[in-house]
Design a protein around this ligand. Structure first.
Ligand code: PMT
Length: 407
C-alpha cells in the first residue's frame, strides 16, 4: 500500500450500477492516507447514498453547484485536487466532458481542475461502441485525459462484453501512478537548460512557394512546455507554426534548415539537453528564384541540394568530446519504424531517439496525440501508448531527467 498522506483526490461518481465500486475505491484511497472529496451526480445518488461516502471519507459530500456559494465549491475543489477521477464515468458524463459542459457540480468542478484526470467508463457494450461515445473518448484522450478501460466482462442484465468498469484496485494503482509522476516531476529539471526544436522547416523555391512538410510543431512545443513546467530554462527554436509560445519559454523563430542550424549552434554549448523534434527538410532548392516563377514559363526544373543534418552534426561533435549536452532525436518513420529508429540512434550518435509512426492517423504529424518508442543508446526501450502529446512529452522528459540525475 502506498503512502498517500498529503494527497487530495477528487472522486467523481456518476450514475451507473457500478457506482457502488466507487465506495471501495474511496476506502482504498482513504486507507492509504489520501483526502478524498466525493462529488456525486444526480444519477449516482440513485445507486449509492451520500452517507456511504461521508462515512468512508469523513468529508462532506457535495452534489450541487448551488450549495455553499461563497466558498466557490467547484473552483475550490478543482484547484485543491492533485488527481481527479470519475469512477464510474457514464456515456453521458463522457459526452459532457468532451463538450466542455458545466451543468452540475461534477462537470463544473472538472472544468476548473488543472490536475491529471482519470475517467473510467462503464456502460453497455452498444453504448461504448457507439460512434459518438468513441469520438468523445478520443477527444478526451487527445486532451490528455487518462481513459482507463473499460474492461471486458459481465455487465448488468446478464450481458457480457466491453463496457465493464475496471476494478477499484486498478483505478487505485492508476491514481497512485499519476500522483507519483506529478511528485517526481515537480521541478526535476530546475537549474537545467533545455533547447528544443519544433515545427517543419520551409525551403524557398521563390518568394511565394516553398518545400515543406506536415509538422505543426505540436510535439516540440509540448516538450518545451513540459520542460519549462518542470523548472528548466527553455529555448525553443521554432520553424513556422501557428502555436502560441508556452509560458516561460524563450522562442526563436526560424524558417529554413540553415537558419535552424545557426540558431541551434549559437546556443548548444550552453545547454544540458537538446530535443530535436523539428521536421527538418533534408533538401533545399539550390537557388531560390528572386521573383515569382510564372506558370506560363512551364513547370520549373528544381535542382535540390542536401541540407546539413543538424542532429548528426551535434552527434559527431559529441563523439569528439566537443559537446556535453544530452542529445534527444526523433525519427519519423512509416514502416519498420523501430529498426530504422535504432539505425538513426546509432548513425546520429544520439543518447535517446523517439520513434513515431507517422503513417498512423492518430500519431505523428498534425494531431494532438502520439504513440512512440523511446530508444536509449544504453539499450533501453520505453514504449509510450497512444496519449496526448503533452503526456508523451512528459514521458520523454522522465527519461531525460533520469539520465541527467545519473550524471
Ligand atoms: O510537429 P507535429 O505536427 O506535432 O509532428 C511531430 C513530428 C512527427 C514532426 C515529430 O514527432 C517528429 O517525428 N520529428 C522528427 C521529424 C523528422 O525530421 O524525422 P527524421 O527521421 O527525418 O529525422 C531524424 C532526426 O534528425 C530528427 O530529430 C530531426 O530533427 C533531425 N534532422 C533531420 C534532418 C536534418 N537535416 N537535420 C536534422 O537535425
Amino acid at each position: 500500500m502506498s503512502d498517500l498522506r498529503g494527497a487530495r483526490i477528487l472522486l467523481g461518481v456518476s450514475g451507473g450500477i457500478a457506482a457502488y465500486k466507487a465506495a471501495l475505491l474511496a476506502r482504498l484511497l482513504v486507507g492509504a492516507g489520501a483526502t478524498v472529496d466525493p462529488v456525486l451526480t444526480r444519477g449516482a445518488r440513485h445507486f449509492v447514498g451520500a452517507a456511504t461516502f461521508e462515512g468512508i471519507t469523513g468529508r462532506h459530500v457535495r452534489d450541487e453547484v448551488w450549495q455553499d456559494i461563497p466558498d466557490e465549491t467547484h473552483v475550490a475543489l478543482g484547484r485543491a485536487a492533485d488527481v481527479a477521477v470519475v469512477y464510474p464515468a457514464t456515456a453521458n458524463v463522457l459526452a459532457k466532458l468532451a463538450g466542455g459542459h458545466a451543468d452540475d457540480l461534477l462537470t463544473t468542478t472538472l472544468l476548473a481542475a488543472t490536475c491529471p484526470l482519470v475517467v473510467a467508463p462503464a456502460m453497455h457494450t452498444e453504448m461504448w461502441e457507439h460512434a459518438a461515445t468513441r469520438r468523445n473518448a478520443a477527444v478526451l484522450r487527445e486532451r490528455g485525459v487518462d481513459v482507463l478501460g473499460p474492461a471486458v466482462g459481465p455487465l448488468m442484465g446478464g450481458d457480457a462484453g466491453a463496457g465493464r468498469l475496471v476494478e477499484p484496485d486498478e483505478a487505485y494503482a492508476r491514481i497512485v501512478a499519476h500522483l507519483q509522476a506529478t511528485r517526481s516531476r515537480r521541478d526535476d529539471l530546475a537549474g537545467r537548460r533545455v533547447l528544443v526544436t519544433a515545427g517543419g522547416t520551409r525551403e524557398p523555391i521563390d518568394p511565394v512557394r516553398f518545400l515543406g512538410n506536415r509538422s505543426s510543431g505540436k510535439m516540440g512545443f509540448a516538450v518545451a512546455a513540459a520542460a519549462a513546467a518542470r523548472g528548466a530554462k527553455v529555448d525553443l527554436v521554432a520553424a513556422p507554426s501557428s502555436l502560441a509560445t508556452p509560458p516561460g519559454v524563450e522562442r526563436h523563430d526560424v524558417t529554413t534548415a540553415l537558419e535552424m542550424r545557426d540558431a541551434v549552434l549559437a546556443r548548444v554549448d550552453a545547454v544540458d539537453v537538446v530535443v530535436k523534434a523539428a521536421a527538418v527538410a533534408d533538401f533545399r532548392p539550390a537557388q531560390a528564384a528572386a521573383s515569382k516563377l510564372k506558370k506560363a514559363a512551364g513547370a520549373p526544373r528544381l535542382e535540390l541540394v542536401p541540407n546539413p543534418d543538424i542532429l548528426a552534426e551535434l552527434g559527431a561533435r559529441k563523439a569528439g568530446g566537443g559537446l556535453r549536452a544530452l542529445l534527444v532525436g526523433f525519427a519519423a518513420e512509416t514502416d519498420d519504424v523501430e529498426a530504422y529508429g535504432r539505425d538513426k540512434l546509432a548513425r546520429k550518435n544520439a543518447d535517446l531517439l523517439v520513434v513515431n509512426d507517422v503513417g498512423a492517423a492518430d500519431a505523428g504529424f498534425g494531431v494532438d496525440t502520439n504513440r512512440v518508442v523511446i530508444l536509449g543508446r544504453d539499450g533501453s526501450r520505453v514504449e509510450v501508448a497512444l496519449a496526448a502529446k503533452t503526456m508523451v512529452a512528459d514521458r520523454i522528459l522522465d527519461e531525460v531527467a533520469a539520465r541527467l540525475r545519473q550524471g
